[in-house]
Write a protein that binds this ligand. Structure first.
Ligand SMILES: [Zn+2]
Length: 352
């Protein structure tokens, strides 16, 4: 009976709101860009008190790059927790995670005092798909499924795409990058030569002092990686980044028993340069990580693993964000004046 009701509701709405009615959108499937776009608008409409959609750039193929800004609206200057997904087109689990993350925090803030408190103090800036052109191309057919880069034509004819995670102005072009535009690791013609990278950099520069933490969600490998990509350059808060990363890995392991490896990027993988992670750290953002989600061998994570992958990564990401938040605002989920007020009102206390 319940199933029937759900089904008829879906049919009822399907003409105008395809697959995006709250509670019906399937977070455990991969969605093409068109559906993710509709979903973003729906999130804003379902939660007008909390969600704003911010368009902050344009891709090479003239598509809009946008993020969801999520938090309680106040007149105070709020801190920012950044999350980008889909910087590499082939890593479909990443956009799936950003959507899961948004839905989770929106569902839980009513009952979870800690989430609510974080929403008072900071805004979550979540970009579900940063490399929009590349993501759409990876959905074209099986021959393009593993496309990684954006879709801008290279400096020589017949080659396309720059790896956006090598194009930031952070030791650009020096390590793990290629200047051959046919390569999967082509780093662009100069730092921020790609409009997608420029969009992020301009947005961050405008509010540089407000960013608390910066998470670039990618795949695969089950890794939590921090700056710098140059093995000879040690990040000033190395021990802190290691400790918080290990806490996140522990939180992840508790969910489904999966092991995540933590370390600086070159210590765990290989030297790189021009990454979004290193660049964010160089802007003074203290907690900057690349998360590489499940599994340990493929960009094509089977759909039946989306749910466990998201559930565990959610705990890990939240661990980092909570730590960054608590450093400024103190720990605990103690009620602030605003939440106390809400609780009293909910309890029916008469105001005098
Ligand atoms: Zn990646």
């Amino acid at each position: 009976m319940l199933k029937l009701v759900g089904f008829s509701l879906l049919v009822l709405f399907s003409s105008e709101r395809p697959a995006t009615v709250e509670g019906v959108y399937d977070y455990y499937k991969y969605h093409p860009m068109s559906e993710i776009g509709v979903w973003m608008v729906q999130m804003k409409e379902d939660h007008p008190d909390l969600v704003t959609r911010v368009e902050y750039g344009t891709t090479y193929e003239k598509r809009t790059i946008s993020l969801l800004k999520i938090g309680l609206k106040t007149n105070a200057i709020k801190k920012i927790a950044w999350m980008d997904c889909g910087i590499h087109a082939s890593e479909w689990i990443a956009p799936a995670f950003c959507q899961y993350f948004v839905n989770q925090i929106l569902q839980s803030y009513k009952t979870d005092a800690k989430i609510r408190r974080m929403m008072e103090n900071l805004d979550f800036y979540v970009t579900p798909v940063l490399n929009v052109d590349g993501y759409i191309y990876s959905w074209k057919d099986s021959t393009t499924r593993l496309w990684r880069k954006n879709r801008k034509p290279g400096p020589s004819t017949g080659c396309y795409g720059t790896d956006l995670d090598l194009n930031f102005d952070a030791n650009w072009g020096n390590l793990g990058a290629s200047f051959n535009c046919s390569s999967d690791t082509f780093c662009g013609t100069n730092p921020e030569s790609e409009s997608e990278v420029k969009a992020v950099a301009d947005l961050v520069r405008k509010q540089r002092g407000n960013f608390l933490c910066f998470l670039s969600i990618q795949s695969f490998g089950q890794l939590i990686l921090f700056p710098y990509g140059d093995p000879n350059d040690t990040v000033p808060n190395y021990n802190e980044l290691m400790k918080v990363g290990q806490d996140a890995a522990e939180a992840i392991k508790k969910v489904h028993g999966q092991n995540y490896t933590v370390g600086s990027f070159p210590n765990v993988l290989y030297p790189d340069s021009g990454s979004i992670r290193d660049w964010a750290r160089m802007q003074g953002i203290r907690f900057s990580y690349t998360f590489k989600l499940r599994d340990k061998g493929t960009f094509q994570l089977p759909e039946d693993q989306i749910q466990p992958a998201c559930e565990e990564a959610y705990r890990g990401a939240l661990r980092v964000i909570t730590h960054a938040h608590d450093q400024i605002y103190g720990g605990g989920a103690a009620a602030t004046a605003a939440t106390l007020w809400t609780l009293l009102l909910a309890a029916g206390v008469t105001l005098m």
